[in-house]
Design a protein around this ligand. Structure first.
Ligand code: GBH
Length: 458
């Protein structure tokens, strides 16, 4: 059996990418509100001010999810909607939105999987040092407590942070995402330590506040190494590449070892130890039991072993891909289609930590064809999802415990610095009219769900 009987089929989205209503009902500013309104930062100057207007259309949107037959929906909560200043006074209107959304989902028989933070960091807290400030862990734990007290009677699946390497590195090192900083390694290491501490404190806050046994994880982005030949030599080389620290701060072990083993990888200590502000007890705080590992996977990197015994890995940890990636189809993000990524991602992480695996995001941006008959044809999306899902099913057939799969994304939405030009949805959104149209892939995904993946073999 590739997909177990209790496997969960879902789709995901995130607050700033779909809600709109960026200045409504006393919501505070997030770093993304400020960044997207800064000239030159996003494609076409696009902002999330309106996005899919999901804040006002959530009832209709839940009906769309129901039509697709989703068993679960992964949403995120806007921290400054709940706490306009990040800490302190609670905004009941903001909390009320998620309260109603959760009820609407349960009414439709869709299980909410709630991510507490998907990048819309409170501007007020950024002004107090943001992630550089060690207090950020306690600020987040307080916020967690408020949300879990409000929703925990109905929500039992929680994720703390979405893609910590991306918001830390793209937001604070490359500066291409909010808040747009370009810090040195010293500051980045400090931020990473605080983010890991935040995760651990948040997990503890969830367990303490939840009135029912909660299922907890986070959503870590990772680009798995894939052996180009499935023999022992290549598999070992791919494993070594994956856990080796040649891709620096992006390395999955840097993020997962503290959380699941209570220690930084030795190579990370050798490299950044003097920058990590480790205090007594920090690693224990980070190392809280999780119920599954959530992985966001869009692509992998092929690993080849050369005749002299070396491999094709460059100093930045990325394989030299000439001859492999060339000729591979690229998605509209220019990421190559590498369907084995879900198999190897599940395999590497499960063999090291032993936990069930959820794919918390997977999908692609594609050029969709809005036809004269009103349908939206997206054959590339069906092809992509089918091949990636077969890879994930293979992991299940190999005995790896699979928990869930969340397609990214239920709707076309605000693709951060790329604005609205990149469409990831199962559902097309006409941004002029806010009309939603199910793409061909949505109809296809409905059948995948109904058959618990059996149609993938056809
Ligand atoms: C996710 O980020 C986000 O969680 C989500 O909000 C977003 O809309 C979605 O994915 C689509 O972008 O080596 O140049 O080929 C994606 C994080 C990290 C995935 C880098 C692709 C490889 C880029 N990405 N990764 S490259």
């Amino acid at each position: 059996m590739a997909f177990p009987d209790n496997f969960v089929w879902g789709a995901a989205a995130a607050s700033y990418q779909i809600e709109g209503a960026a200045f409504a009902d006393e919501k505070g500013l997030s770093v993304w509100d400020v960044f997207s309104h800064t000239p030159g930062k996003t494609w076409n100057g696009d902002t999330g001010d309106v996005a899919c207007d999901h804040y006002n259309r959530y009832q209709e949107d839940v009906q769309v999810m129901k039509q697709i037959g989703l068993q679960a929906y992964r949403l995120s909560i806007s921290w400054p909607r709940i706490l306009p200043e990040g800490v302190g006074k609670v905004n009941e209107a903001g909390l009320g939105f998620y309260d109603k959304l959760v009820d609407e989902l349960l009414e439709a028989d869709i299980t909410p999987y709630v991510t507490l933070f998907h990048w819309d960091y409170p501007w007020e807290l950024y002004c107090r040092g943001g992630w550089l400030n060690r207090d950020s862990a306690d600020w987040f734990a307080d916020y967690t407590d408020i949300v879990v007290r409000a929703l925990g009677d109905r929500v039992k699946h929680w994720m703390t942070l979405n893609e910590p390497p991306v918001f830390v590195l793209v937001g604070h090192q490359a500066g291409r995402h909010a808040p747009g900083d370009q810090f040195s390694d010293r500051h980045i290491a400090r931020i990473i330590h605080h983010v890991l501490l935040t995760h651990g404190k948040s997990v503890q806050a969830i367990r303490a506040a939840s009135p029912q046994p909660a299922q907890i994880s986070w959503a870590l982005n990772t680009d798995p190494s894939i052996p180009v030949v499935e023999d022992e030599t290549h598999i070992n080389a791919a494993r070594e590449t994956y856990w080796g620290l040649s891709n620096g701060f992006w390395n999955a072990g840097l993020w997962l070892d503290p959380v699941l083993r209570g220690e930084y990888p030795q190579a990370a200590l050798d490299r950044w130890g003097e920058y990590l502000p480790i205090r007594e007890g920090d690693l224990e705080e980070m190392n809280q039991p999780l119920d599954f590992v959530g992985l966001n996977i869009y692509r992998g990197h092929y690993v080849a072993v050369e005749e002299d015994g070396g491999s094709n890995i460059r100093s930045d940890g990325r394989p030299e891909l000439e001859g492999f990636e060339e000729g591979y189809p690229l998605t509209m993000m220019d990421w190559p289609v590498t369907p084995e990524a879900l198999y190897w991602g599940a395999k590497w992480v499960n063999e090291r930590y032993g936990l069930p695996i959820a794919i918390t995001e997977n999908g692609l941006a594609s050029m969709d064809w809005v036809a004269v008959d009103g349908a939206v044809h997206d054959p590339n999306r069906i092809d992509f999802l089918k091949r990636y899902l077969r890879g994930f099913g293979k992991a299940g057939a190999d005995g790896i415990p699979l928990h869930a799969y969340f397609q990214w994304s239920i709707f076309d939405n605000y693709e951060w610095a790329e604005g609205y030009r990149k469409r990831f949805g199962l559902v097309h959104v006409n941004y002029q009219t806010q009309e939603r149209i199910l793409k061909d892939s949505a109809h296809w995904y409905r059948q995948v769900i109904e058959s618990n993946g059996a149609i993938l073999d056809e």
